[in-house]
Design a protein around this ligand. Structure first.
Ligand SMILES: [Cu+2]
Length: 197
């Protein structure tokens, strides 16, 4: 016996099922694994997309100074975002970078903070002139699609509109060529990266 339903009834059933699926399927993602030689630099890696739309509301992220260390060690943000540098130590700290679009936010005491808006993409060494051993990194991505690698090198960039892009990699010391990647709705594109001197 074959089951036959009027076409209108079939459509009525399909619509509520279809809409959540469409919302989910509007974007795709990119995932893969980064390897680094030497491996000690792997944790200082950001994977990001070039050639993607930039439209978004700027955000403010925080980099803390605590126990004479910048936390996190690597902060990935998007062009136009602001970083609020806080001081949770019992001594003064300074915040400066000589890189890309240099800044120096001066020295400031415990409990205070200084903010800086990053308008030029690139990697910034984050230093303190009072404590030469303090070093961290701010990476400013040209698009909102970026991710730090995990401890094992795995990364995931979610919510990417379908299209063709260049997948680029920033590392504190190493390099890898950008690779073309095509993202389809509801799919995961896989791209692995090998970083070297
Ligand atoms: Cu300091």
């Amino acid at each position: 016996m074959s089951l036959r339903l009027p076409r209108a009834a079939l459509a009525a059933c399909a619509i509520p099922l279809l809409f959540p699926a469409l919302a989910w399927a509007e974007t795709g993602q990119i995932a893969g694994k980064v390897s680094a030689s030497p491996a000690k630099y792997l944790k200082e890696t950001v994977v990001y997309l070039e050639g993607a739309a930039k439209g978004r509301t700027p955000k403010t992220e925080t980099m803390d100074q605590r126990h004479m260390t910048f936390i996190p060690h690597l902060l990935d943000i998007t062009e136009g975002d602001t970083v609020k540098f806080t001081n949770h130590d019992s001594v003064n700290h300074n915040v400066f970078s000589p890189d890309v679009d240099a800044y120096n936010l001066g020295n400031f005491p415990p409990g205070q903070s200084r903010s800086h808006t990053f308008t030029k993409p690139g990697g910034y060494s984050q230093l303190c002139s009072l404590h030469p051993e303090m070093l961290a990194y701010v990476f400013v991505s040209p698009t909102p699609y970026h991710a730090k690698v995990k401890a094992d090198g795995a990364y995931e960039i979610k919510g990417v509109p379908p299209g063709s892009y260049q997948l680029a990699v920033w590392n504190s010391h190493l390099k890898a060529a950008a690779q073309p990647v095509t993202v389809a709705a509801g799919q995961t594109a896989r791209v692995d990266v090998s970083l070297q001197h």
